[in-house]
Every structure is written in C-alpha cells, then in structure tokens.
Write a protein that binds this ligand. Structure first.
Ligand code: UGA
Length: 432
C-alpha cells in the first residue's frame, strides 16, 4: 500500500520505518527541512537502537522516502498516519495545535479517498474533531475515513516493540476503514483488536494510566518497606508470582518520567474532570510520582544534614536507559533540588548529555565518563540504570569517590555486597 506518515518524532519515524520494512511504500512528511535532509541520507534524528539500519535498508530498496511537502507525500497515499506530538498545556490538558494543523493540511492536499489514522495519543473524541477539520478543508467531495490506532511502543525498544508488540488496536466506525488498516498491519503478525474509535482512544490513556499507577503503587510500598524493614525486591517478586498481578513493571525507583506517562496521566485527569467524573486515584498517582522524584535528595539531606558545598556525581540523566530523551526525567528535579541545596552537581550520561544541557540547571557541569564524574565527588547518585552504569564495580566507586557513599535510585547493586565492599549504600525500599 502507499502510505504517508506525518510527523517524524519517535512514534512517526518508527512507524514509517516499520511499515516500509513489511513492504509498504512509505513517505514520511515533516515540516523541518533540515531533519528531512538528514533522514533522506539514512540518518535518524533520534537515538533509537536498531532504527538507522532498517531505515537505510528501506531507503535503498526505494520503499521509504522523506519530504517536507504534503502534496508529494499525499499524492498516491491510500492511508495517511498522523503522528505529531500532543504536549501538555499549562492546565494539564493535551495541546492539539499540531494535530489541528496536520488535519487542515491533509484536508487541503488530499486528492482522492483516504483513510486517516491517528497514532498520536489524543483525548477521547479527538478523532471526530480531526474528521471535521479535514472535511472542512476538502476542495472536492471525497471519502475520508478516520481510524484511531494508538501506539504502545516504548522508547529505547521502539524498533523491537514495532515488530513484536502485544497488540495492535484499531478503532474505526466503518468496516471498510477497519479492514484497510487491518490489511496494512497483517504482515506484523501481531494480534489485532478492533473496536470503535472512542474505545480505542481510551485504551491508550487507560493503559498508560494503569502502568503509571503500577509504578506509583510499588514506589509507595517501597517507602513503606524502608520504614518497616521489609525488602521491596522480595515483596514484588512474591507479588509478581500471582498471575493476576504479573511480574513486569514492578521496579521501585525514583519515579516515572518521559514524554508519555506524565502528560497522559495529567490529560486523563483533566478529561475526567471535564466529563464530571473526577479521577482521584490517578491524581494520587501523579502526586506520589512528584514526591518520589525528590526521595533521593531527601535521603541525602537526612544523611549529611546540609548539602552545601558537597560535590555530587549524577550517573545517568535520561529518563530511562537506551534513550537520549530528557523529557520529564527525574534527573531534572533531582539536579534542581541539589543545586538549590548548595551542592555542586556533575552529570554523566552515555548518550543524553547534549539534551540534558538544555534542561538541567545552568550550574550543572558535565563529565565524559562515569569515572570523571565521580572523581572528586563526595558521593554519587545512580539515576538511570544504563548497562554501562550498572556494570561499574563497587570497588571502582570506592577508588573514585572522595567518600565511598552511593545513593542508588534504581537498585542496581546488592546491599549486602555493597556493605562487604566498604560502601555506604542507600537504595530504594531495601534494608541497608
Ligand atoms: C510508555 C509505555 O510503556 C508505552 O507502552 C507507550 O507507548 C509510551 O509510554 C507512549 O505512550 O508513547 P516509555 O515512556 O517509552 O513508554 O517508557 P517506559 O519504559 O514505559 O518507562 C516509563 C517510565 O517508568 C520510566 O521513567 C521508567 O524508569 C519508569 N519505570 C518503568 C519504573 O520506574 N519502574 C518500572 O518498573 C518500569
């Protein structure tokens, strides 16, 4: 099939590349000409393991192209995906500006019947609005179907998820549109679940809100473990053996971040308020997460009394491993709190340093290795569990740091071994 994908962020680019890889002819449209030039050369504008190789392969095969121009992109397209951002507005609602602009452009440039598929996470009811905008902008009377096809890929494993996801959700209100998008996706061999448009939109928000709830729940339990002398790892291992609970997504830490959970939970809370059905549970999930992001600094303040003049090495800055994404990373709150408390902060991340410089306080300095960050630091904090950071040996911390004191926000090390190695070790929900 001939497919256009509008927007080449994490979702759009991975979608376009994956669709070309299963044999479709894909043209990705983006308004940023520099980005388009880069992608035409086979260079990915984002760090996503495995993406560039598949991109290059499909460009060479002539199945994948990039353009700035809607006219070119939509000329032969039977299907157009919308994959632009829906950032959070000040009031917590989703900002639909980019979606509106794309819907207008699709309406203005569509030359024949088309199925428009929304990949972006949008509030329930938005696809009806998208259809209205497109129809208002059409020059001729043609058939436009709208389909909700939410994305469930995770940054850092987006390529794997695109080919091995748990499900593909297709929300449509005509059989022909649902069938078309099912045909597009069949080669992936992933189970397909078909429903109406509003339920599909809700599946996305409900899934992210549920996962965020799981994390905040475990983080609350870990704080109780800290207070009562239990071990969160043993507790979650025991909980996870119950198939109804499941053993995934139960890692306690320093709170969830990223471009999805924080914005989608806020948007759902707002949506619920607007619908007259306040979502108090989700409000608490968000509050718990805000508190959890401050936990490591609280622990350090408790340990030292004052952090004034202390030098702290922050190891890992991205919101999670295998991504350069700094959006809503817990490291932002942690660096801000440390700087506010008068500490000197040295940051290190294998990939995200350049992005970190745009969002961490100006007073933060950066090291090019974990060793360099730790040398002359009074203590270290592990914020992102990159393999490289997990692989640092306990005796390396001992030789690098001024004092062998480690605050581990991702429970990368064994507390007993740390003690045996002479490290003063603080972690999340585990007795030291
Ligand atoms: C999340 C969802 O997992 C995807 O299914 C969804 O498609 C995506 O949002 C989206 O809406 O686009 P992502 O934000 O890439 O994906 O990252 P996750 O791997 O889900 O991690 C989110 C945050 O939760 C990270 O900060 C991570 O450190 C934290 N986390 C995750 C925990 O603290 N504990 C866990 O057990 C798991």
């Amino acid at each position: 099939m001939n497919i256009a994908v509008v927007g080449t962020g994490y979702v759009g680019l991975v979608t376009g590349v994956a669709l070309s890889d299963i044999g479709h002819n894909v043209t990705c449209i983006d308004i940023d000409i520099e980005k388009v030039k880069k992608m035409k050369r086979g260079e990915s504008p984002i760090y996503e393991p495995g993406l560039e190789d598949i991109m290059k392969k499909n460009i060479e095969k002539g199945r994948l192209d990039f353009t700035k121009c809607y006219e070119d992109g939509l000329k032969n397209a039977q299907v157009a995906y919308i994959a632009v951002g829906t950032p959070e507005k000040e009031d917590g609602t989703a900002d639909l500006r980019f979606i509106e602009a794309v819907a207008e452009s699709i309406g203005q440039h569509a030359e024949h019947d088309i199925v428009v598929v929304t990949k972006s996470t949008v509030p329930v009811g938005t696809n009806d609005y998208i259809r209205e905008i497109i129809q208002q902008n059409l020059f001729e009377n043609m058939k436009v179907d709208v389909v909700s096809n939410p994305e469930f890929l995770r940054e850092g494993s987006a390529v794997h998820d695109a080919f091995h996801g748990d499900r593909i959700v297709i929300g449509a209100d005509t059989q022909s549109a649902a069938d078309t998008i099912e045909q597009v996706n069949l080669p992936f061999g992933i189970p397909i679940y078909k429903t109406d448009i509003r339920s599909a939109e809700m599946i996305k928000y409900a899934s992210n809100a549920f996962l965020a709830t799981k994390i905040s729940f475990v983080n609350e339990i870990s704080n109780l473990c800290d207070a009562l002398g239990a071990n969160i790892e043993d507790v979650t291992a025991g909980m996870g053996m119950d198939a109804r609970i499941g053993n995934k997504f139960l890692n306690a830490g320093i709170g969830y971040g990223g471009s999805c959970f924080p914005k989608d939970t806020s948007a759902l809370v707002q949506l619920a308020d607007q619908a007259g059905e306040p979502f108090e549970l989700l409000r608490s999930v968000i509050k718990t997460n805000d508190k959890q992001k401050r936990l490591l600094v609280e622990k350090a303040k408790e340990r030292f009394g004052s952090l004034q003049g202390k030098t702290v090495a922050l190891l890992g800055l991205a919101f999670k491993p295998n991504t350069d994404d700094m959006r809503e990373a817990p490291s932002i709150t942690i660096a801000q709190e440390l700087v506010l408390a008068g500490a000197n902060v040295v940051g290190y991340d294998p990939i995200a340093t350049e992005n970190a410089k745009n969002v961490l306080p100006g007073a933060v300095t950066y090291a090019t290795t974990a060793k360099e960050a730790c040398q002359n630091a009074d203590f270290a904090m592990i914020l992102t569990e990159w393999d490289e950071i997990q692989a640092i040996q306990l005796d390396e911390y001992k030789s690098w740091l001024n004092e062998p004191i480690l605050f581990d926000g991702r429970n990368c090390h064994n507390p007993t071994k740390a003690k045996q190695n002479g490290i003063e070790y603080h972690s999340i929900g585990r007795p030291t």
